[in-house]
Design a protein around this ligand. Structure first.
Ligand code: GLN
Length: 485
């Protein structure tokens, strides 16, 4: 059920909040063995919350997301639920507070269903780096759902919940959305509060939304967006009513195509689908213009320097003293730190802490970190120039469709290359959305990405919605909640 259906059925008295919660809980419990999407399913909490909403029938219907079940990535704090961030080091961490996005979702009437599996500290592109096992793609359970917010993407794709939260540092909402055939939005840096999100790369991280369609995604973002006094990086920029902008109107719109991103390494089916989407836009009345992003070719290198540098600093707080687990029986303080981190972190996290420490070390700082920051500034300029010529840029979201579990785990570089189209938005701080745009010959979903200038989420939603109306994506995954077609 999408949000509209839930609202209609509640209004018609066919359902109450409890029935909605029961249905979502049942699907989550039934499919979790197959998909591994949830690390915690909060049956008691969800039913109690549904009871509250049913008891408050007078006020509830006015709420934007009344009785909508939501799944939350495990690196976002929900009071009383676990927040492991996919890591063994936070195995026993139960935050005593809610992230700002959770407070806002609750005020809008949602039911938090549970916490979703993810790559450890959101580091990964396949959801194979979770300390609690991988997530599987609902379209083909031998394949990855994408990462790092793979559990949230799988939960929405399998129609367990209509919307879910993820975090996107270099593509972790858009990339799994693409591989799972759903919509995923990464807002402008500063649009959504990061208070209560476990930090990975603080200058890159944004909380984003998954949904089965652009209307639900727009609705969810309008609820969580906006200035938060608890996060000084949130901007005091008014939040538009994103849903009211979904007019389908494309006359006079300009879509930019960075041709150099459609070359080497791009799967033929993905290329064909995105090129077809460009033609759809042309047919809808948009003007298609060529744009150049000359520094995009350095984006992966720049991202993996900056993201690891920031991660190495952010992860220093997991020392066995303040959060989570502590290694037993150490004789000295240093030994306790060392053993806690040795036992608590997985290989990919360790790799990044070492890489990040290296690029920040004296002697290498100028050559790597400082250089990367300079190229980041140039990339930002590339986008600023491109957006003088167009309202949104279109690219593939990922170079390929979902790959097999284990296919890239031995080759970190091959894994990092999945992020080639998504990391640019985080480096520049701009918003991006991934929208399903077809199926491959092997029946796997393909996503296209729209990127816009800072604070242009409305434009991205409008463009995405116009495409969705012209080319509805009706295909459904093989693993799905009962009764959903
Ligand atoms: N795949 C990228 C990485 O591994 C992005 C992750 C993310 O957006 N959290 O860093």
């Amino acid at each position: 059920m999408n949000i509209e259906t839930i609202k209609t059925r509640l209004a018609g008295g066919e359902l109450d909040a409890r029935a909605v919660a029961e249905r979502a809980l049942g699907a989550a419990e039934e499919l979790n063995e197959t998909l591994g999407a949830f690390l915690q399913i909060d049956r008691a909490g969800a039913l109690a919350r549904a009871g509250e909403l049913d008891a408050d029938r007078g006020a509830s219907p006015a709420r934007a997301l009344n009785s909508v079940p939501v799944a939350v990535k495990d690196n976002i704090c929900v009071r009383g639920l676990q927040a492991s961030s996919g890591s063994a080091i936070l195995r026993d961490y139960y935050p005593p507070y809610n992230a700002t996005v959770i407070e806002r979702l609750r005020a809008a009437g949602t039911i938090i269903l549970g916490k979703t599996n993810c790559d450890e500290f959101a580091m990964g592109s396949s959801n194979e780096n979770s300390a609690y096992g991988p997530v599987r793609n609902p379209w083909d359970t031998k394949r990855v759902p994408g990462g790092s917010s793979g559990g949230s993407a799988a939960a929405v794709a399998a129609r367990i919940v209509p919307i879910a939260l993820g975090s996107d540092t270099g593509g972790s909402v858009r990339q799994p959305a693409s591989l799972c055939g759903i919509v995923g939005v990464k807002p402008t840096y500063g649009r959504v509060s990061r208070y209560g999100l476990a930090a990975f790369g603080s200058s890159l991280d944004q909380i984003g939304v998954f949904a089965t369609n652009t209307t639900d995604a727009a609705l969810a973002l309008s609820v969580i967006a906006g200035r938060d006094p608890r996060d000084a990086t949130t901007a005091d920029v008014a939040v538009p009513d994103y849903v009211s902008q979904l007019t389908g109107e494309m006359q006079g719109a300009r879509i930019g195509v960075p041709r150099e991103l459609f070359g080497e390494g791009l799967d033929a089916d993905v290329r064909a689908s995105v090129l077809a989407a460009i033609e759809t836009y042309r047919a809808l009345g948009a003007e298609v213009v060529d744009v150049e992003l000359p520094h995009a070719k350095y984006a992966i290198a720049v991202y993996y320097i900056i993201a690891t540098a920031e991660a190495s600093s952010n992860l220093a707080r997991y020392d066995g003293v303040r959060y989570g687990c502590r290694a037993e029986e150490s004789r000295t303080l240093r030994e306790m730190y060392r053993r806690t981190r040795e036992e608590g972190f997985g290989v990919e996290v360790k790799r990044r802490i070492m890489l990040g420490t290296y690029v920040l070390s004296s002697g290498y700082y100028d050559a790597y970190y400082l250089k990367a920051q300079k190229v980041r500034a140039l990339l930002k300029q590339d986008f600023a120039r491109a957006f003088e010529r167009c309202d949104a840029i279109i690219t593939p979201t990922t170079p390929t469709t979902a790959f097999l579990l284990g296919e890239k785990t031995d080759d970190p570089l091959a894994m990092y290359l999945n992020d080639v189209y998504t990391v640019t938005a985080n480096l520049a701080g701009i918003p991006g959305i991934s929208v399903p745009c077809g199926l491959s010959q092997t029946n796997l979903p393909i996503g296209m990405q729209l990127l816009g200038a800072h604070w242009s989420e409305s434009t991205l939603f409008r463009f995405a919605h116009a495409y969705e109306r012209a080319q509805p994506f009706d295909a459904r995954p093989s693993v799905m909640a009962k009764g959903e077609a």
